[in-house]
Design a protein around this ligand. Sequence first.
Ligand code: SF4
Ligand code: SF4
Ligand code: SF4
Length: 308
Amino acid sequence: MAARLAEEWFAICGGCEVTILDIGEPLLDVLKQVEIVHMPVIMDHKLFGQTGENAEMEIPAADVGLISGGIRNEEHKKLALEMRKKCKILISLGSCACFGGIPALANQFSTQELVDKVYRDSKSTEKDGLPHEQIPELTDRVYAVHEVVPVDAYLPGCPTTPDMVANALLSILEGKPLPALSSKSVCDECPTKREKKAVGTLKRRLEAPDFKPGAPLTEMRCLMEQGYLCLGPATRGGCGGHDGVPRCIRAYMPCEGCFGPLSEKANPMVDMMGALSSIGLDPKQIPDRAATFNRFAGAGRLRPAPRR
Ligand code: SF4
Ligand code: SF4
Ligand code: SF4
């Protein structure tokens, strides 16, 4: 019998749903074994009954539930509770669901400051244009899904990787344990050449790093040693494909930190300050350090600074 699959999306861009398509051929194997019972991106399933006759929202029961996106409003909260109630196994899909992701950068500001900025203070907005009809109330900040309901597994990444989604779904279908997240950092999996000393000062990413197109990555100098801010030292590994080379490094780009901190207790600020200083780069040159080092993990880590 096919396993029943439900998917919901909250504060997202939709990239993690595209990742499901990017599974490619193995998706055909997965689809043979699942019955999709709820997935707003492809199905017009009515939450309150076909004609809106129900007072409470309802999602069909499922063996596996995927949630992308962080929780930004009261409707997301209710949907998260309903997904938890109806799904035997619940998985956070992508960094927005796992840690708040890019939308959680907003946690540096109060909800009132955000509303004022977007609906009142913006030059192109009419001052009385505050939306109010049938709009769910905003929560006080962006929450990761597991801050609101218990989650059984995490598939980080912005977006997460097709391999990770396929492996997780196939493991569930085959009755195997869900694959564990990598305990290594992106630096641990990075093949670039390191000499533990920066060749210059920190640069803006307006010029290309020094590399020979087509040459093996082992011949390229570490991007941070070349002066580009790379969050590899403070980021969980596992984003590489078949050969394990981190996705951005393979494209000669520094790591932005999308797989999140090394562990729940890790402090990317401390890890990055140490990594930069150890090769002779001054971390104080980096503006907006709290947001830069917690770019994808703001749900539990970014809060409004005390206002003077
Ligand atoms: S993790 Fe990235 S790709 Fe996925 S929904 Fe969030 S912003 Fe989009
Ligand atoms: S800092 Fe970046 S480029 Fe350097 S080793 Fe780590 S991941 Fe690779
Ligand atoms: S290298 Fe860093 S930013 Fe790029 S995919 Fe991997 S974890 Fe994400």
